[in-house]
Design a protein around this ligand. Structure first.
Ligand code: FAD
Length: 407
């Protein structure tokens, strides 16, 4: 068989001097936005501008966990739609995204956490998302490796079980969306850096890149951990975003032992078994803002200690790879999706923290609708930047304090 050295998203093209739409960042959200702009709105004269290579950012570094049991009423419908879209996209893109809806088990380590989980479950069930509270024994039946004894730092009181969640292969999502967008005419310009956005009469008129200037009337910045700095430096818009490093790792391959994603807020640790048998586990977040993707010995020690307590059969197992990525954190753990406000033709989609993988399908779909129609979709309205000025922060942080680590 002859393999042609041609990427799924077509051959490199010369950057044109104008496009209808420019998307800055070749991550999950830009790729999904481009795909839906082309598929649902017939807008195909699009350039995705990526400084490195597609998937360089959080897109290629995340731990691939998807779920829809968020804490608040505005978030759940968005994440539910995103979850429902994985099998649809697998068919549409004709690309195996390896969606494994193995279910997520969020461990609870106190009665207060069990009470908080009841509220989250009620919100989820109200929006048609399957989620149940189970006790420690039931959790042990589902995950026999779980240590439910009293002799650990945070004894397990029960768990929130969310059957429709699970894992989607993150690289496949990047490649599948890139393939789908490119097939409809979208151009992906890798190794091209967006340097500035020019405006005239408060309207976007061009983007300057390392490969030349592009005239355009619509620009989206969706550059993950880099978004806040770009938006500030290019347009002077300040965002309440702190950029923190998250680290994750995988162990050596093991025989099957984990059928579900297991997570614990108290241990600040989660684990799932990949198709290769590795235990993928994360994710420590450095508590100070920075732009590094380096790893720390502290994290390796923390992860080893946490896993040895609630999954003691992993004691002595070797970690094989470790990596870090950036998370753009907002004060309320919810994203900022906004556009056409301060500057006509300028849109932003950022502040996803560690939730930007599981949401990208639906967020991209609605961002495309927003850009194509100039009308903010209802589902996006609660995520506007002005919520911070108006003190209408969302309560997603509540979900984290009690039981949900960074996944
Ligand atoms: C270790 C780790 C684990 C995670 N686990 C999960 C998880 O299990 N589930 C989940 O939902 N989320 C998870 N996340 C979060 C998720 O990966 C991010 O929220 C998501 O990738 C954000 O997508 P994005 O498209 O906004 O940005 P990214 O995927 O980060 O892409 C941004 C792109 O912009 C490019 N760029 C930057 N500056 C410029 C410029 N000037 N010009 C052109 N391009 C530029 C970058 O090179 C990068 O490729 C995790 C993140 C990390 C780091």
């Amino acid at each position: 068989m002859i393999f042609k050295n041609k990427p799924l998203w077509g051959k490199k093209k010369k950057l044109k001097s104008s496009y209808d739409v420019v998307l800055i960042g070749g991550g999950l959200h830009s790729l999904a936005t481009a795909y839906y702009l082309a598929k649902e709105h017939g807008i195909t004269d699009i350039a995705i501008i990526e400084k490195n290579y597609i998937g360089f950012g959080g897109a290629g570094r995340n731990t691939a966990i998807v779920r829809a049991n968020q804490r608040t009423q505005h978030n759940v419908p968005l994440y539910k739609e995103a979850l429902d879209l994985w099998p649809v996209l697998t068919k549409e893109l004709d690309y195996n995204l390896m969606f494994n809806n193995c279910g997520n088990l969020n461990l609870m380590h106190s009665e207060a956490a069990m009470k908080a989980a009841r509220m989250t479950i009620a919100t989820a069930q109200f929006h048609g998302v399957e989620s149940h509270l189970i006790d420690a024994k039931e959790a042990k039946e589902m995950v026999p490796a779980l240590n439910i004894s009293e002799n650990i730092t945070f004894p397990i009181h029960g768990a929130m079980f969310h059957p429709p969640g699970g894992i989607v292969r993150h690289d496949a999502v990047v490649w599948g969306l890139a393939k789908g967008a490119a097939k409809k005419g979208v151009e992906i310009h890798q190794h091209t850096e967006a340097l500035s956005i020019e405006t005239k009469n408060n309207k976007v008129c061009s983007v300057t890149t390392s490969e030349g200037k592009i005239n355009t009337r619509q620009v989206l910045i969706s550059a993950g951990g880099y978004s806040a700095a770009l938006i500030h430096d290019m347009l002077g818009i300040k965002l309440p975003i702190s950029v923190l490093t998250i680290q994750a790792m995988v162990t050596q391959p093991l025989k099957p032992l984990l059928d579900h994603v297991v997570s614990s807020g108290a241990y600040h640790c989660y684990a799932n078994q990949t198709l290769k048998g590795e235990i993928a586990t994360g994710a420590h977040m450095d508590p100070w803002p920075n732009y590094t993707t380096l790893n720390t010995a502290h994290y390796i020690k923390h992860q080893a200690e946490a896993l040895s307590e609630f999954l003691p059969c992993l004691r002595g197992v070797r970690f094989m790879r470790i990596w870090g990525g950036l998370a753009d954190m907002t004060p309320d753990m919810a994203p900022i999706m906004d556009g056409n406000n301060q500057i006509e033709g300028f849109f932003m989609n950022c502040g996803w923290g560690y939730f930007g993988f599981k949401s990208c399908s639906a967020a991209g779909k609605y961002m495309a609708q927003f850009m194509a129609t100039d009308q903010c979709p209802d589902i996006f309205k609660p995520f506007a930047l002005k919520r911070y000025e108006e003190h209408r922060l969302m309560g997603e942080t509540a979900a984290l304090v009690n039981y949900t680590p960074d996944n």
